[in-house]
Design a protein around this ligand. Structure first.
Ligand code: G3H
Ligand code: 13P
Ligand code: ZN
Length: 334
């Protein structure tokens, strides 16, 4: 049993309260390996931005739960070495799908967990979320719940039918469960194909797909029902077209990949949305850099020679999100 406080991590409570008040959002970046973690910590330390290290069930299986606990502890020490005197780093379980998984994370150094009961009938979602909250709060671990179903794939659950969060449910859900934050569905979705081409229009100048806007009216309704309550947006990668172009140029095949435009995320970050989840953009940045090296230097077989550029490209992406999209730069400078 290890408590996150012993690892130098923090939970999301104070971080979210400041972000909601300050009109910015905390980046929640998924990671699976050392290079992603290095890039996230370098970007957060250089910009003095609070940051959420996010680990899915699949990532935890991939990286190993014990190794992860030490990687998180190492991340805090690394941040200090980079000159960030008081790092504000959260280790968060992304899309927890059972009480047992959430408990295991609370017991192994996570400072925050998500229990995703969004695919369950409402009452079952309430019951499961409440059970996780009751356990997690004993250790001051914060909990994210979810209402509404995102389009596409919610982790291993295929969401055939997406639906927006129903504002009339949010007061009942948050008061019955005691969650610390609420993930909502307003039109974002996971992955690099967030919208079908037929849902988009085409920019006549560039020929690029232009996605439909997010349902800000639903977000506003939710904010009215829950003033000041921390709201989370999943599926918030923008799918940068330059990374997609690089991947396609160097032998990849990602036709019509499309994400959430940055202006929409900037607008969301100014609202009660205080956590924005980004995974796919990092995958794209990594893949683009690796593909480029493989094509340009076919004789190269030292992993540092392609994972190094991949790490640099991811760091650039994370810095951009912090500085120009979420507005979290300098918010953990003291
Ligand atoms: O929301 C899903 C995240 O992007 C994690 O994906 O389950 O493939 O690690 P994963
Ligand atoms: P993206 O696929 O848009 O990066 O979303 C990631 C996410 O929501 C992780 O929970
Ligand atoms: Zn998600």
């Amino acid at each position: 049993m290890v408590n996150y406080k012993d690892l130098g991590l923090v939970n999301t409570r104070a971080m979210f309260a400041k972000a909601v008040d300050g009109g910015y959002a905390i980046p929640a970046f998924n990671f699976n390996n050392m290079e992603q973690l290095q890039a996230i910590i370098q970007a957060a330390a250089e910009t003095k931005s609070p940051v959420i290290l996010q680990v899915s069930k699949g990532a935890r299986n991939y990286a190993n739960a014990t190794l992860l606990r030490y990687m998180a502890e190492g991340a805090v020490e690394y941040a200090k070495e980079l000159g960030w005197a008081h790092p504000q780093i959260v280790l968060h379980l992304d899309h927890g799908d059972s009480f047992e998984l959430c408990k295991s994370c609370c017991d192994m150094g996570f400072s925050s967990v998500m229990i995703d009961g969004s695919a369950l009938p409402y009452d079952e979602n309430v019951a499961l979320t409440k059970k996780v909250v009751e356990y997690a709060h004993k250790f001051d671990v914060t909990v994210e719940g979810e209402l509404g179903v995102l389009a596409g794939v919610e982790d291993e659950v295929s969401a055939e039918e997406s639906h927006y969060t129903r504002p009339e449910e949010v007061i009942d859900f948050t008061s019955k469960t005691g969650v610390d934050s609420l993930a909502i569905s307003i039109g974002t979705s996971h992955g690099a194909y967030k919208f079908k081409p037929e849902q988009c229009t085409r920019d006549p100048k560039t020929g690029r797909l232009v996605p439909p806007p997010l349902a800000f009216d639903v977000l506003e309704e939710i904010e009215k029902k829950l003033p000041g309550f921390p709201i989370v947006l999943h599926g918030s990668s923008s799918v940068p077209q330059e990374e997609v172009d690089t991947i396609n140029k160097y032998g990849g095949k990602l036709p019509d990949a499309v994400g959430i435009p940055e202006e929409q995320l900037r607008k969301a970050a100014k609202s009660a949305v205080c956590k924005i989840n980004i995974d796919s953009d990092s995958r794209l940045a990594m893949t683009a850099a690796v593909r480029k090296v493989f094509v340009e230097k076919p004789g190269e077989f030292d992993p540092r020679k392609y994972l190094g550029p991949a790490r640099d490209n991811m760091k650039k992406l994370y810095m951009h999100k912090i500085q120009y999209v979420l507005g979290s730069e300098g918010k953990a400078a003291d």
